[in-house]
Design a protein around this ligand. Structure first.
Ligand code: NDP
Length: 476
């Protein structure tokens, strides 16, 4: 669908990392694809840049993604840069005057600055149809997210607020719904009656990659589990929606998050944290996390986190949902693994068949595969059962994830964004863990970079048989 309405993408924090590395390239992808028309771009930041400097940055970002063509040149030529401190109400008028049509205001600013900018914005009349776009983290706890929700919905209604989770822009996560609901053979089995456990893992070989300023305030639990993996979990566990409209899907996901808590309400027994020490990953030497540039001497930020959750519904009661994400690990895997209970009885006389059936769904950002582990009569003795795996690739999306996210924002469809109540629930779920970690009731373990992580955790280093090793990704 081509969106032709005239609209402006206003990027606040235009000189920053997110804008240069992910947002402008995503826009390039989208414009080059022809999926939107009539979009112009305005960049703004506190930096003393001018139009020329900004245009060359935009042109570089477009070129880096291979976005070319007349539409791309038109955006790069016409884009404007407005130097402004958007925490001051008086500066907003100049910024908004540079925008045409309806405006998408993308807050690519540090979270504290975003909040102050929103406060300034409450006093300003905005062009009709203005949409506000927020990055992770949205708030710093449940109370903070609730307060931020109240603030932003004083500016525009909830349906015009987009809390970005670029994971939701990946075709693989969207594909989970297709796999579950367009096949008769999985959905009837997706319950406590047949499922032993569900693992959602995003382990990567990349280390900090110079991003201490951001990561020191986040760590693996907030950076990945609170923001992305809980969203993936809600898609894996939600009841079948009647449509894939945003209302039906987000209602179904929110119901899952509301029913989710740390297993047995015990964060000490059900959470794990660690950080890497010096080591070699993929032929690259990484210093200890504690010695990385920008990491403070008393940092307790974890680079690997694991939590075990439960979803208190009829469908899922008693099934552990284990969420894990870590950096600088030797065995990158990025997948959902549904492990089914074993067959209740294998006929006497058949041997083997003692591997559980597992459905693996890849959630790598740039590629995905689905594999299913079965027990079947293998070659040789027909009474012997061997494990086999059937395997297929998931179709890649036409756009990179930020292109997909921007497309849905321009179309005014919030399906790929996190609704306000879900942002609050995601914090509520992990808060007991954060509290236990703050009180040092869970030890901060260590693992050498390039190792599989500490032993003894539920998902420690073990890759179930057909585990999907994912290609490398650009850090989010
Ligand atoms: P950076 O620190 O690289 O950039 C911040 C930007 O904000 C700069 O352009 C800065 O401009 C601008 N800025 C700061 N204060 C003001 C102000 N008062 N008025 C106007 N502009 C201001 O941050 P990132 O780009 O890394 O991150 C931006 C947001 O995106 C954060 O919320 C982060 O959590 C989130 N995010 C970032 C990711 C990433 O990979 N970078 C991934 C996911 C989320 P100037 O330099 O001129 O002061």
């Amino acid at each position: 669908m081509t969106s032709q309405t005239e609209q402006t993408l206003l990027i606040l924090g235009a000189s920053g990392d997110l804008a240069g590395r992910l947002l402008v390239p995503g826009l390039g992808d989208l414009v080059a694809s022809g999926a939107v028309e009539g979009v112009s771009l305005v960049g703004s930041a506190a930096h003393d840049w001018n139009d020329e400097r900004w245009r060359s940055r935009v042109a570089e970002s477009f070129a880096a993604t291979g976005a070319t063509g007349e539409r791309i040149d038109a955006v790069a030529r016409s884009t404007r840069y407005i130097k402004a401190d958007v925490t001051a109400e008086s500066e907003w008028r100049r910024v908004l005057d540079a925008c045409d049509g309806s405006v998408v205001i993308y807050f690519a600013l540090p979270p504290a600055v975003t909040e102050r900018a929103c406060q300034a914005l409450t006093a300003i009349e905005l062009p009709p149809g203005t949409r506000l776009v927020f990055e992770k983290p949205f708030g710093t706890d449940a109370a903070g997210a609730r307060a931020l929700n109240q603030l932003v919905t004083r500016i525009v209604p909830e349906e015009r607020v987009f809390r970005v989770d670029h994971f939701l822009g990946t075709s693989t996560v969207m594909n989970i719904a297709g796999l579950r609901f367009a096949n008769r053979i999985f959905e009837p089995l997706m319950s406590a009656e047949h499922v032993e456990s569900v693992d959602i893992v995003f382990d990567e070989t990349l280390g900090l990659e110079g991003r201490a300023r951001y990561y020191e305030h986040a760590g693996a639990l907030i950076d990945m589990i609170q923001s992305h993996l809980l969203q993936v979990m809600s898609v894996v566990a939600m009841d079948p929606p009647g449509t894939i409209g945003e209302r039906d899907v987000r209602d179904a996901k929110a119901a899952i998050l509301r029913a989710t808590k740390v297993r047995d309400g015990d964060p000490v027994a059900n959470s794990y944290r660690a950080r890497y020490t010096a080591g070699e990953v993929d032929g690259r030497w990484l210093p200890s996390y504690a010695d990385e540039d920008g990491v403070s001497g008393d940092s307790t930020t974890e680079t690997l986190a694991e939590v075990v959750l439960e979803i208190d519904t009829w469908r899922w009661a008693g099934v552990p949902f284990r969420l894990r994400s870590g950096k600088a690990l030797s065995n990158p895997r990025q997948e959902v693994v549904v492990t089914f209970k074993r067959a209740p009885h294998i006929p006497t006389g058949l041997t083997g068949g003692d591997h559980p059936n597992r459905l693996h769904i890849g959630i790598a950002l740039d590629a995905g595969r689905v594999t299913l582990d079965l027990n079947m009569n293998g070659p040789g003795d027909p009474r012997e059962i061997d494990p086999v795996t059937i395997d297929t690739g998931l179709a890649p999306g036409a756009l990179r994830e930020y292109g997909e996210v921007l497309r849905s924002i321009f179309a005014g469809d919030p399906i790929l964004s996190v609704r306000g109540d879900m942002a609050v629930e995601s914090w509520r779920i992990i808060e007991p863990v954060l509290e236990a970690w703050r009180d040092d009731r869970v030890p901060l373990e260590e693992y050498p970079a390039g190792n599989t992580g500490p032993e003894g955790w539920p998902l420690a280093g073990v890759s179930p048989p057909s585990s999907i090793a994912a290609p490398q990704r650009v850090p989010p």
